[in-house]
Design a protein around this ligand. Sequence first.
Ligand SMILES: [Zn+2]
Length: 750
Amino acid sequence: MKQTRFGAATLAALLLAPRLPAAEAPPLGFTPEGADAQRALEARFDALLEARNLRTWMERLSARPHHLGSAWGKQNADFIAGLFRAWGYDTRIEEFYVLMPTPKERRVELVAPTRFVASLEEPALAEDKTSGQKKEQLPTYNAYSADGDVTGELVYVNWGVPADYEELALRGIDVKGKIVIARYGGSWRGIKPKVAAEHGAVGCIIFSDPAGDGYSQGEVYPKGGFRPDAGVQRGSVKDMPISSGDPLTPGVAATKDAKRLSIAEATTIAKIPVLPISAADARPLLVALGGPMAPESWRGALPMTYRLGPGPARVHLKLAFNWDTATAYDVIATLRGAERPDEWIVRGNHHDAWVNGASDPVSGLVGLLEEARAVGELAKGGFRPKRTLVYAAWDGEEEGLLGSSEWVEAHMDELEAKAVAYINSDSNSRGFLDLGGSHSLETFVNQSLADVQDPAKKLGVLVRSRARTLLNGSPDERKQARASKGVHLEPLGSGSDFTPFLQHAAVASLNIGYGGEGDYGQYHSIYDSFDHYTRFMDPDFSYGLALARTGGRLALRLAQADSLPFDFGPLATAIEGYLDEVRVLADRMREETDQRNKDLEAGTFTAYFTPYETRVAPPRQEPVPRLNLAPLENAVDRVKKAVTAFEQARTSRADRPLTAERARELDSVLRGCERALSSQEGLPGRPWYRHQIYAPGRYTGYGVKTLPGVREAIELRNWREAEEQAVVVGHTLEGFAAEVDRATEILRKP
Ligand SMILES: [Zn+2]
């Protein structure tokens, strides 16, 4: 499906990721002697890792609910800071003052045709020792819902994404003045109330269908680990694709005296009231719906007939919140670099949870802590990293990446001057290594993790990860995996703390974590506990140790390389692929639009429609013109040339190491290359997002959009903007190519 437009098949093959070194060749950025020393360092690091630490810390950190603004959250921040200090890190806690709404009143009731009042409670379980900590648990709610008291007919909207409303329109159903009920999945949850409000709905209810993470996935808690009928997924509904961080201080740090928006001015707070409920609470509402059957792919696993409404179910939804300010406590621990202290490797995981959060985020955090402890031990034995290592435990991630975003905004100038890369982790479990991030780090990641073993399978974690793609990937992913020996880095959308680093500050970033083989039905509920984790996720913490090993490899190699191990071949290949996708998208839309308009003229829809239900033909669409993407196409050519020249220069330099001064000079250029992929103006309509290659989609949220400016303009049928964006992104890529040229020049110097 991917066409190569430039007759550059050989070049593309040459650029295909990854270039695993021949057995004797050292990894990128290392001399053969340096590589030997590095492997010795890593062996010492590995030998220091101990699973029982992870277990002890998880039990401690998840002992009580520790959401943003909670007493135990503060205690945890102090505890984590204490650990880092004991391990020899220069440690501080940075505070930010952020909007943290909590529910004052929550009510969902069916008022017609029958009456039912939703319980909105998750019951404690005897088998789960922290599930009864009612006094400290946040109730089930969506942070940054609007206040509201609304009554209306109910409509089932599937995931609640734009395509679902098109389906409803074909059945003559609109949601104006009504309350929608959407199931979890299909998008970031904040998209659901956003799209509902755009279509005129006055309220939004989100439920956990057992098809998603309940009994149709496996035994439910406490027998298995999947979501019980009364389990509820809390979560933020902030409009994350506009900006992450505190809703009242977009773009600036939420310090005490920061200029704040009023709540009414904050554009990322939901426009309508929205509440998550359990399958048990949803069922009576859904059963009361009449109207046509839901399309087949909309039906979940509740034992009932899925109907769309509207009505006769009428629902009353009442929500009121305390719009309080909470203090976010970010723990920042630094191990200063001996040779290049002004080059920072930042490694982070959040520490706040929705409730006890043993899995999310403590499972990832304890892996990071063990990694940092081992590095600290090495330092006590005399090791000093060349570059500075900064370990971070973020607060307020759950509400919208608050702690990390505010920290990035507060330290923007410093990050621009110093940041080399950011490595993120979050929840961890047993299973496959998931890798996402900047394509310029793809070769580095493959080289660094080649010897990390899957603890259960006793084979390389990369081998397993690649095997999964080969068997389960999309046709394109399989093809790509077959064409290379290594693992491809998934481009990052959003959903964890890498977003402010990658997409706002444009620091090269990675997201790492193991998972896919635990029973994952506790997400954002009171059942995400130590008891659940140690029964159904990673009972012996062996994958937690694998995470520590993985993070440690990446951090230590970035810290120690003679020159930064960035490789732009995989990036150039990826960008070329994204450009192809954008062209294919426009072509496909052109064909589909033509076809639809022809079918409308020919009466095809009317002929097909059932006479027994309302059916409405879709509107005629403006034909899709041929788009001029030449500025972008030319820029991609320019990038490929620059990258090839850089690689040739690096290869011919291999046996002549750079002087320390030149290596530093090269680092500073390489470091800036990711930033060259961003623009100060940001993306159309959402200037906080500056990266021009990766962003969360405006209507997907977590889901990534690559070349987002151009791609989303096409998706939204804004042809003029698509062409304007092709110029903007083209300029950005020309700037990036110029930076790569600068790096090449340094390599060519004597
Ligand atoms: Zn998390």
